[in-house]
Design a protein around this ligand. Structure first.
Ligand SMILES: Cc1cc2nc3c(=O)[nH]c(=O)nc-3n(C[C@H](O)[C@H](O)[C@H](O)COP(=O)(O)OP(=O)(O)OC[C@H]3O[C@@H](n4cnc5c(N)ncnc54)[C@H](O)[C@@H]3O)c2cc1C
Length: 424
């Protein structure tokens, strides 16, 4: 499966060599899926001296990891207080610490392994598109500030300065966040994992997974891998490998468009400081510049790929509305990929059977969190949970009426767009 065309595919540093697996092999740990989750798991395991093999159907970063907006966002969708009240003091605190540290983990790995991916840790801004949203953002900002996170409140005029546009009513900046070239980051993780001793195989879809007397056996077209432990890291591309796992998430096609490099006079006006931004629309607007002055816009997708393609034009319109002074804007790329949505909007960590774990459901926010999940899954396989950064095991709950997900996603999106339109 070739990498689909995108800005990232056109501009990433070259991929490492990841030959298909041949013959019957053994490893301590098998990882299925070569995105941020699987590659971070493999890197952390290999650094711990574990013999680990990644089996990826296409190539490292082929899934959402090589196609996203590259916004590195710490935290989860709910605020620290809400997380603790939902999961309790011990688990909640560990989740808050893990998610809060996730962006630093990404930038730390990039620095440590010299990963070429235009990394900029210049902050993630969350901006309120209505007065009514300001209260929620203030609460979120205060919650993280009280925990000593590097965050600041942004008054409307400060946002106008950073945005070149007065549309937002206020917001906050989380200075732990930033941006990366995501395919370059995924390829760099794969290379770092290999350097640490992991085997990374591309073009190796796993066709079946079964427990045998000798361990877990993963069958592929050209051989098999037997391993003591297995990590499933397939997120929005989860298939029927493990019964009902694919029904615990709703796959949604998410969308990105990118302009040609903007003229120097315009570049400085809109997030010229290298910040990345998401706003509070129900069908989120999120945008940033890449390392070469292109403006990228992402937004709500669809349950179907042909529906996602129809969203491209509305994202281009958003860019026109942000940069009216730019006149005709040249657009270079538009692409999509699948994210996994969970009903509670939390990533899920499952122990599916003894020695078999899955980490998935990043709800369109996995650049930082999937990297952290990889570290947590590696700790699980090592049998040594880190009390500081952890996630509780959650019971897999297959969604009733999962076959109706297309209708549900389409109806929800239509309703959200309607509510956004009412906001003006
Ligand atoms: C358009 C778009 C924009 C996004 N923007 C952002 C953003 O700006 N910030 C952010 O934080 N998040 C963003 N996300 C979400 C983020 O990209 C994902 O949460 C994250 O990449 C998930 O990583 P992963 O490793 O779990 O899954 P993936 O990267 O999707 O990897 C799963 C891999 O599993 C492989 N696989 C599946 N089944 C098998 C099998 N049977 N055998 C072998 N291999 C298999 C697939 O080939 C795939 O490569 C965006 C996503 C998309 C699509």
């Amino acid at each position: 499966m070739p990498l689909p065309p995108s800005l990232w595919a056109a501009t990433a540093a070259p991929a490492p060599d990841t030959p298909a697996m041949e013959g019957d092999q053994r490893a301590d740990v098998a990882v299925v899926g070569g995105g941020f989750t699987g590659l971070s798991t493999a890197l952390h395991l290999a650094q711990g001296g574990v013999d680990v093999a990644v089996l990826e159907a296409a190539e490292p970063g082929w899934g959402a990891s090589g196609r996203n907006g590259g916004q590195v966002i710490p935290g989860l969708k709910e605020d620290p207080r809400e997380i603790i009240s939902r999961f309790g003091q011990k688990d909640g605190e560990a989740m808050v610490r893990a998610s809060g540290a996730a962006a630093d983990l990404v930038f730390g790995l990039i620095e440590k392994h010299g990963i070429e991916c235009d990394a900029m840790q210049n902050g993630w801004i969350q901006a309120a598109h209505t007065q009514g949203m300001l209260g929620d953002l203030r609460k979120r900002h205060q919650d993280w500030a009280q925990r000593g996170a590097n965050v600041a409140w942004l008054e409307p005029d400060e946002l106008t300065q950073r945005m070149g546009d007065g549309r937002y009513k206020g917001g906050w900046i989380d200075k732990r966040g930033g941006g990366v070239q995501p395919l370059g980051y995924a390829r760099g993780l794969a290379r770092a994992a290999q350097d640490a001793g992991a085997r990374v195989h591309g073009s190796t879809p796993v066709q079946s997974l079964n427990r045998t007397g000798d361990g877990w056996r993963l069958e592929t077209a050209n051989g098999s891998l037997t391993a003591d432990k297995v990590i499933l890291a397939t997120n929005g591309y989860t298939d029927a490998l493990w019964p009902k796992l694919e029904r615990t998430v709703v796959p949604v096609f998410s969308v990105q468009v990118a302009t040609a490099p903007l003229g120097e006079n315009i570049r400085g006006k809109i997030l010229g400081g290298g910040e990345v931004l998401s706003d509070t629309h129900r069908v989120l607007w999120y945008f940033r510049q890449d390392g070469h002055g292109r403006l990228l816009m992402g937004g709500g997708g669809s349950a179907y790929e042909d529906g996602a393609v129809k969203v491209y034009d509305s994202l281009r319109q958003r860019i026109h509305s942000l940069l009216p002074e730019a006149g005709d804007i040249e657009f270079e790329y538009a692409w999509n990929g699948k994210v996994a949505i969970t009903p509670d909007h939390y990533p899920h960590l499952h122990e599916l059977a003894p020695g078999l774990w899955a980490g998935l459901g990043f709800n369109g926010r996995g650049v930082a969190m999937a990297t952290m999940m990889g570290k947590i899954l590696a700790d699980r396989a090592l049998g040594a949970a880190d009390p500081d950064f952890d996630f509780p095991n959650m019971t897999p709950r297959p969604l009733p009426l999962h076959f109706m997900r297309g209708v549900a996603v389409t109806a929800t999106r239509a309703y959200y767009r309607f509510r956004d339109a009412l906001d003006g």
